[in-house]
Design a binder for this molecule. Sequence first.
Ligand SMILES: O=C(O)[C@H](O)COP(=O)(O)O
Length: 249
Amino acid sequence: MTSKLILLRHGESEWNAKNLFTGWVDVDINEKGVEEAKAAAKLLQSEDLLPDVLHTSLLRRAIHTANLALDGCDRHWIPVKRSWRLNERHYGKLQGLNKTEIRDQFGEEQFMQWRRSYDVPPPPIDKDNEFSQYHDARYADIPADERPLTECLKDVVARMLPYWEAHIVPDLAAGKTVLVTAHGNSLRALVKHLDGISDDDIAGLNIPTGIPLYYELNDEFKPVTPGGRYLDPEAAKASIEAVKNQGKK
Ligand SMILES: O=C(O)[C@H](O)COP(=O)(O)O
């Protein structure tokens, strides 16, 4: 038996367009992101990949994208489960700062180490910084000493996988088509797990905004086709290149 998993990064956000590190800052998608989400609905409809259940993060750019994508293929009524464990990676002190300015200030090597290394997090954000979520009510259930103030991708894998095993895999095992609408780095963490990508090689993987990535999974919930398949490969290729080059002048 195989199962159907669709991964969808939120459409372009207001801060993606401004080239700002976002992380857990709760910005919305912009007009382009809205159009990307509506286009994702058409792609799902055209391939008859109609989700039976939705999993999202606690951030509005993912929630808004999911609502538009599902509304556009008349699946707005399906059950939804939300978790901080699908949130974007927490970018620590870099949240709210300009990617190009950070690259200029600290140099290419440090910029890329903070952005794409597996196990080196940016400096932690101060709990009372305007771009900190430490006191945000939606994270009240996370024990205070476990509430992230910064994360590396290794941290994201560690907090995302328990959710994958406990909440997403059971839906797949029940034969449901699952839509996971999340973020560039929480999806990089999940793709790393699915495709068995090494800690070094994951640095070269980037996820485009708003383009569904479809995986057919075997009965061990591993991809039948490594890497899955973007429902709009050409658009995905262009968007991936743009994500890769963020911060460059
Ligand atoms: O949180 C952010 O800044 C972006 O959504 C992801 O940024 P990155 O592609 O630079 O990790």
